[in-house]
Design a protein around this ligand. Structure first.
Ligand code: IPE
Ligand code: IPE
Ligand code: MG
Length: 254
């Protein structure tokens, strides 16, 4: 897995990829699915699909840097994924720690800033420390914010936000009737609206991913299993996104 670094201007890159630089998503999110199937089809253990999937993570992150997409959220481990067999969860956690530590030089080269959302206190100590190391090493990155959704559940996020607002109301810091959409948004793990959600492996579910932020996202499913999802596949998804008309509930004038 060679490290790649990015050198040229994002607008030039976008045009060379058949994309309109002015209409790229500011925030792309990916439900990385199909790792287990990829491995099973080869007669291998599911784990190997997770390992191979890290190459796709690098390819998509690098593409976002090249294109100047400022935020990329990747669904790496859901709240529900804790219910998978212990061996698989342990493998995923080890892989995550290894990936975070190994990826720091490439992220620094590419100006990537790593962040994370989810119930991070449920992660094992080695992952928390690898995450802290990667977040702190990359905190000045200005190209792309790579946000990993880890132990993430959209319902958990909404419950945590409601609880936080309720606690503030009980302390008398806010009036209950002042709670509006902006107040709820600002209590989320991360408030940024998502422009496009891409899901691999041909699935068409949200699986509890960013219910608030993706309320008006374009949804694109792609047939490739995550470990075989390439930079070109990602660019194809972005071209499909640019072919969509986003209306946000309004009527078009033309
Ligand atoms: C996605 O691949 C990775 C995680 C959920 C951690 P899966 O492991 O869900 O792969 P499939 O869907 O079983 O093929
Ligand atoms: C969603 O994939 C979670 C991640 C990609 C991390 P799953 O494979 O867990 O989702 P379902 O079970 O097919 O809905
Ligand atoms: Mg799956």
């Amino acid at each position: 897995m060679p490290a790649t670094s990015v050198l040229s201007d994002p607008h030039t890159h976008a045009r060379a990829c058949g994309l309109d630089p002015a209409r790229l998503p500011r925030h792309a999110a990916v439900i990385m699915d199909g790792n287990g199937r990829w491995a099973k089809r080869r007669g291998w253990e599911r784990f190997l699909g997770h390992r191979k999937g890290t190459e796709s993570v690098r390819a998509v992150t690098t593409a976002c840097v090249e294109l100047g997409i400022s935020r990329l959220t990747l669904y790496a481990f859901s709240s529900e994924n804790w219910h998978r067999p212990r061996r698989e969860v342990d493998y995923l956690m080890d892989l995550l720690a290894e990936f975070l530590r190994g990826e720091i030089p490439t992220m620094l080269d590419n100006g990537v800033r790593l962040t994370a959302i989810g119930q991070l206190d449920r992660l094992p100590a080695q992952v928390v420390s690898a995450l802290d190391a990667a977040r702190s090493a990359t905190r000045d990155g200005t190209a792309t914010n790579l946000c990993l959704a880890l132990s993430y559940g959209g319902r958990d996020e909404l419950v945590a936000a409601c609880r936080q607002l309720a606690q503030r109301a009980v302390r008398g810091e806010i009036a209950p009737e002042s709670i509006d959409a902006e107040a709820l948004r600002s209590a989320l793990y991360s408030p940024e609206d998502v422009d496009v959600v891409i899901r691999t492996a041909g699935e068409r579910r949200m699986s509890n991913f960013l219910p608030w932020q993706a309320a008006y996202a374009e949804f694109i499913d792609h047939a490739a299993l995550w470990p075989e999802f390439t930079r070109d596949d990602f660019l194809a998804c972005l071209r499909e996104y640019q072919g969509r008309e986003r209306r946000f509930g309004c009527v078009t004038t033309s």
